[in-house]
Design a protein around this ligand. Structure first.
Ligand code: HPA
Length: 293
């Protein structure tokens, strides 16, 4: 299933076909897209005036295979702003090519979306983090990309973006500042902080030696998603805002008896669903979305 077919998997027309199909089936015209991470799909449930499309019904859409991911697109309004939410994303560890992982992002861009929100579950690597903390992503390390597994490898379609896109300010500074202000107002700034996210392919959780390496590289939190979607979003001109929910601490001690499992990831997600939902809802309500952003 996994292929490194160098960006030739989907033509511009394929992305367009999916975008046009969705636009013909819903009257919503979202400017904001939200990718909901493991156990964080509850946000989509809070949209009003929903139009829901199962991934299996959307032409050209990949299917999600992870437990806890619903696998559907939910269109609707969040605090008066029209959004589309992905309930369930595609991961590299499932065997999808990175063009499949990022397929929805280009579809959203062609539908008129201007801002991409990404959320994920992550393990903390840096000192001082606790489970349940919410990390506003300030920057990322694209670990698969550093060894040539990158969503933009292959022929570049200029209709989406430049051959050599900049990743400076990949995570929009004004949205990050707004999120810090909103978290103060919501009285959750005790456990909201900014940090660097590192993507690893997974599916294994880090070994002690890997955890020590990531720590030395300056990683604050590690996870198995998000970075490919962010790169493709930046490439095609979207603004990006990202949140990691810290569901576990990544141990760097051989003596430690802590064991991470997917169940723990889901239960911490459940605990913080409400706060994350409030934070994203408030941000979406307050941010300015211009046609030229
Ligand atoms: N490592 C990688 N991915 C993760 C983790 C982790 O500890 N927790 C949640 N996603």
């Amino acid at each position: 299933m996994f292929s490194t077919n160098l960006g030739l998997e989907f033509s511009y027309e394929t992305y367009k076909e999916t975008a046009d199909w969705l636009l013909s089936k819903t009257s919503h015209r979202p400017k904001v897209a939200i990718i909901c991470g493991s156990g964080l799909g509850g946000l989509a449930d809070s949209l009003t005036n929903q139009d829901i499309f199962k991934y299996s019904d959307v032409p050209n859409f990949p299917q999600s295979t992870v437990k806890g991911h619903a696998g559907q697109l939910v269109f609707g309004e969040l605090n008066g702003k029209t959004c589309v939410c992905m309930q369930g994303r595609f991961h590299m560890f499932e065997g999808y090519s990175l063009t499949k992982v990022t397929f929805p992002v280009r579809v959203f861009q062609l539908m008129g979306v201007k801002v991409l929100f990404v959320t994920n579950a992550a393990g903390s690597v840096a000192d001082g983090y606790n489970t349940g903390d919410i990390m506003i992503i300030k920057d990322h390390i694209n670990m698969p990309g550093l060894i040539g597994l990158h969503p933009l490898i292959g022929p570049n379609d200029e209709r989406f973006g430049a051959r050599f896109p900049s990743m400076a300010n990949a995570y929009d500074k004004s949205l990050r500042n707004l999120a810090l202000d909103v978290s103060k107002e919501l009285q959750c700034s005790d456990y909201v902080r900014e940090g660097v996210y590192c993507m690893v392919s997974g599916p294994h959780f880090e070994t002690i030696a890997e955890a020590r390496l990531l720590y030395k590289l300056g990683v604050d939190a590690v996870g198995m998603s998000t970075v490919p979607e962010v790169i493709v979003a930046k490439h095609c001109g979207l603004r990006v805002f990202g949140l990691s929910l810290i569901t576990n601490k990544v141990t760097r001690e051989y003596e430690s008896t802590e064991v991470v499992d997917h169940g723990a990831v889901l239960s911490i997600s459940e605990m913080r669903t409400g706060v994350l939902q409030n934070l994203v809802t408030e941000l979406v309500a307050r941010m300015k979305v211009n046609d030229d952003c």
